[in-house]
Write a protein that binds this ligand. Structure first.
Ligand SMILES: O=C(O)C(=O)[C@H](O)CO
Ligand SMILES: [Mg+2]
Length: 254
């Protein structure tokens, strides 16, 4: 199995460039992040070249943090800002060779939000495609993100079909999917053609994959049987330094 360190949570106390180097030393095959924009893209590109790791994903900005915003792409009347954020993410991804951009939907509901989200995704996919960059959308659970526009894989599947862009895929985060819909094994099988990236953490405490109500022994073996070979994103909260939490990595890499 191959694994990607999500540096939004792992080594989050380090500058991003140091976190990339720490992930390499720990034995990860790739990295991904949340919002890297405070670090110059050229510095991140250099750390990636030095370590030989690829950056698999980054997020569009959340918006006004003082108002608790969590993405702009499904917000009616915010299209101009959403597109500036998409352009910013594409530029950063282009410089760093990042594979996918997570276009964050935000807190919104209803038909208008759906239409705006689809329009912004169409824009993002068209602008990202010439650079070979993918756009992913991720359903978030209603415990952590109540009111978030995108909350289920079935809703994501409908949006991906409606937008119809070849570079628009699903970010399947096992943690969120288990909390909202369950049936992880069957969903991975059914949705594999539209999956752009997979993330994992224990449920319900979003910790290491060796605890909680999901068996990652089973899920990782199932992914292997499906022929899924891309690195899986470790997006769990280490609650302290990351190295002491990596027994699971040693286990699955040996
Ligand atoms: O919260 C998650 O699971 C994510 O992957 C997103 O990047 C949003 O932070
Ligand atoms: Mg996630």
């Amino acid at each position: 199995m191959k694994f990607s360190a999500n540096l939004g949570f792992l080594w989050s106390e380090l500058p991003l460039t140091d976190a990339i180097r720490a992930a390499k030393v720990a034995g990860f095959d790739a990295v991904e992040c949340h919002w890297p924009y405070d670090t110059p893209a050229e510095d991140v590109a250099l750390a990636l070249t030095d370590t030989g790791l690829n950056m698999l994903g980054l997020n569009t900005i959340r918006g006004d943090l003082s108002k608790g915003e969590n993405g702009l792409n499904a917000l009616p009347n915010r299209m101009t800002e959403a597109r500036v954020a998409i352009d910013q993410a594409i530029e950063y991804a282009h410089i760093t060779g990042t594979a996918n951009i997570h276009a964050m939907a935000g807190f919104a509901q209803g038909v208008e939000a759906h239409d705006v989200f689809c329009e912004n995704l169409t824009y993002a996919c068209a602008k990202a495609a010439p650079h070979g960059i993918g756009i992913v959308i991720e359903p978030l659970n209603h415990y952590d993100a109540p009111g978030y526009f995108l909350s289920t894989t079935s809703q994501a599947q409908q949006i991906i079909t409606e937008v119809g862009a070849p570079n628009l895929k699903l970010m399947f985060d096992c943690y969120h999917v288990q909390l909202m819909e369950g049936d992880i094994t069957n969903r991975l099988t059914k949705l594999q053609s539209i999956i752009g990236h997979i993330q994992f953490a224990s449920v319900p405490d979003r910790s290491t994959p060796d605890r909680g109500e999901l068996s990652y022994d089973h899920i990782f073996a199932h992914l292997k049987s499906l022929g899924y070979a891309a690195p899986l994103g470790a997006e769990y909260k280490p609650n302290g330094p990351t190295p002491p939490t990596l027994d699971w990595l040693t286990k699955y890499k040996s």
